[in-house]
Design a protein around this ligand. Sequence first.
Ligand code: HAM
Length: 462
Amino acid sequence: MFNVVKGTHDVIKEEAKKYSYIEEVMTNIAVIYGYQEFRTPVIESSDLFTRSVGDSSDIVRKEMYTFEDKGGRNITLRPEMTAGIIRSMVNAKLFAIQDYPVKAFYCGPNFRYERPQQGRYRQFNQFGIECTGVTTVERDVEVIALGYTMLKYLNFGKVKLLINTLGDEQSRENYKTALKEYFGKHIENMCSDCQERYKLNILRILDCKDPADRPIIDGAPKIQDYLTDAAKERFEKVKEYLTKLEIPFEVDQELVRGLDYYTGVVFEFHYTSQNGNNYGAIGAGGHYGNLIKEIGGPDLEGVGFAFGIERLAKVMEDDNLFPNLDNTTDIFIMPMGDKARDFAVGLAFQLRKAFYSCEVCYEQKGMGQMFKKAERRNSKLAFIIGDDEILNETVTVKKLDTKEQVSVKLDDLDDFLGKYFNSESEHHHHECECCEGDDCECKHDHEEGHCCHHHDGCCKKA
Ligand code: HAM
């Protein structure tokens, strides 16, 4: 017996469908916002992350899967995707034609050697976007709005959006000086991590999770008091725009994020499910002023975010935010005897070619067992084929919902199926599974008319 490696997990069957659904919804919206897909390698030079995520971050200091390959290269399994995406943009010279922004969306696994717990894995999946070659505050807001829209289309009702600013260079220098002075008085009584952060990157101390350090951190100076006028004005603009777009947010002055590349606005999306589960930020991002230059590109800025698919799937399961993703089988073929089995091989091939999902029971089973199998596969129709049917060139079709049974000539089968499944899909289109009229108790977001977005807006409640 082999088990999955600690901190990793298999995503199979229904769960994999949920992940695909999340990725599909996010992809559709990213495309509407003008993003194109980027796929970059899982392995990168270790230096890339030391440079970008930063050697004072926990990720680089303690969490990277780093190894030397057989050619003596220092390699790291990516702990996040922004650095690789920017590297790919620089390598492909996408900044050369100066047609900005360059917009990328991406999805894939990441690796961090963290302490595994609910919603925290050592291999986890992200869906993210990067909007680069930009400086304006409007782009920052556009990116936050994109993240918010994705969550809305995933059926999230209330999400908590936390925002903060790390200001411009001058603001951060002023702030760091103030923090040095403040923490200088307390650092001896703080955890060993904080003592290291004090030396490496003092902002990181604000991120400390050690409860014993909290009271000291709570008393620390706040960034807002050290912002230059320009930085203050820019952050005000972010707030104004978000208000205008009716995107609710809270300012969290301790939000500094765990990666070193951020400058300017940073943000996190949080969600607590009805039963009180909160697995940490479901998505997060921010503006980065120096990253592109650090990675060897021109002096351009960017802004982006990434969602954690595992965390999204967990809270969506908790609160029933997924549409019905059950597998269905259009046709379940039940051949009775050798001749029928022989015939079923060709029939199944043709049906599948015509895009009907189809399964055949080649195993010798009794009728009852075959109907059970059909049921387990959520089949719509059963085709019963025996010697008589072969002789008469017909199939006996049983509609599994109404139990109605008809005999259909092979020549008429195309027509029959066309009619049957067309009227089926119309029926589906008008049927809303989550919303039971005015007394609907589903937790979906009726205000936005997204309750049944997967049915193409069939349920538009005011
Ligand atoms: P991050 O905050 O490190 O940011 O990760 C983004 C999201 O990935 C988190 O909000 C969380 O949902 C998920 N996540 C992170 N670590 C784990 C884990 N161990 N297990 C499960 N889920 C996890 C970044 O990675 C930045 N690259 C985001 C970004 C893009 N900033 C600008 N552009």
